[in-house]
Design a protein around this ligand. Structure first.
Ligand code: BGC
Length: 298
């Protein structure tokens, strides 16, 4: 009863923390056709998601995209005799540890820590088990003629959003953590490539952007670290991320930069933060937490 009351208080006061506390069941990686394939996921109810729930005859289809075979960044096929992964460990350059704790192995395959997804294999993901990403949430206040804009008496936050080339959805300018790379490096690299088009900038411009981003990205606030409800997830491979907020309080550094889409992004803009945002994967949840921490309109 006390726990129940505690949950209600948290739900009313801090809705986004409540979501994390309650670990909502994954939905974006369930039902429908798996991306870039003609394989249909097995459909089942929310209470059949946890591996601990009884599901007699659970036998989902298997899908392993041919497009990732033999790619230098991808694992070999699970039954390749040369493939001897060290699950739940740092395996050479590959981080096979999960932010969620220790995951189980069944029939030689890692099991999605959030439960069933209705499809086996690793789909289009490069790694069996956790696939690590990092997401910079770069924010500034919405200002017009030098005045902070308000909605419902709270200042409006803007964040740097990119439009993904693969699915056309708006998202954070995040990306995969390369083998042996620190999350802080991934955050800087992805922002420079996708939001400032560093890959096509002149050497001089790149250097200036890099120096500024290095300084600005020194003080970030961790918004989320864990599993992501991503449409690519399967029973044996899934996405995890670390989302960090870098806020430009007076709009004098990144906030005044001209954004320019590059690499995996086909569009970029400063987007107003609001509860009606419809973003890729769990990105709206991350933005909500950042807005609440900065006491902005949501
Ligand atoms: C994206 C990240 C996202 C992660 C999980 C990565 O491919 O670049 O922005 O958080 O997938 O969905």
């Amino acid at each position: 009863m006390i726990i129940y009351l505690f949950e209600i208080i948290i739900l009313c006061l801090y809705p986004s923390d409540y979501m994390i506390l309650r670990r909502m069941v994954h939905t974006k990686c369930r039902g429908g056709r798996y991306l870039f394939s003609d394989v249909e996921r097995l459909v089942f109810s929310d209470n059949q998601v946890p591996w601990s729930a009884k599901f007699v005859g659970y036998n989902p289809p298997e899908y392993n995209s041919k497009a990732i075979l033999n790619k230098p960044w991808a694992d070999p096929a699970i039954d390749d005799p040369s493939f001897k992964p060290k699950w739940n460990e740092l395996d050479g350059d590959v981080n096979r540890k999960s932010h969620t704790g220790s995951y189980s192995i069944s029939d030689g395959r890692p099991l999605n820590p959030e439960g069933r997804t209705g499809i086996r294999g690793r789909g289009v993901l490069g790694k069996w088990g956790p696939n690590h990403a990092a997401d910079p949430i770069v924010t500034r206040w919405k200002v017009e003629d030098g005045v902070k804009q308000l909605k419902n008496s709270k200042p409006i936050l803007q964040f740097c959003a990119i439009q993904r080339r693969d699915c056309g959805q708006w998202a954070l300018p995040g990306g995969m953590v390369d083998p042996n790379e620190q999350v802080s490096q991934t955050l800087r690299r992805e922002f420079l490539e996708e939001a400032l088009n560093s890959l096509e900038a002149s050497k001089d411009q790149s250097k200036k952007d890099e120096d500024m981003i290095k300084r600005f990205f020194q003080n970030g606030v961790v918004i989320y670290k864990g599993y992501v409800d991503d449409p690519r997830n399967t029973d044996n491979a899934w996405m995890e991320t670390v989302a960090i907020n870098f806020h430009d309080e007076d709009g004098k550094s990144v906030g005044k930069f001209d954004l320019k889409a590059g690499d995996d992004a086909q569009g970029v803009q400063w987007m107003d933060v609001d509860r009606n945002l419809d973003l890729y994967a769990s990105h709206s949840n991350f933005i909500q937490t950042a807005a609440e921490k900065l006491n902005a309109h949501w």
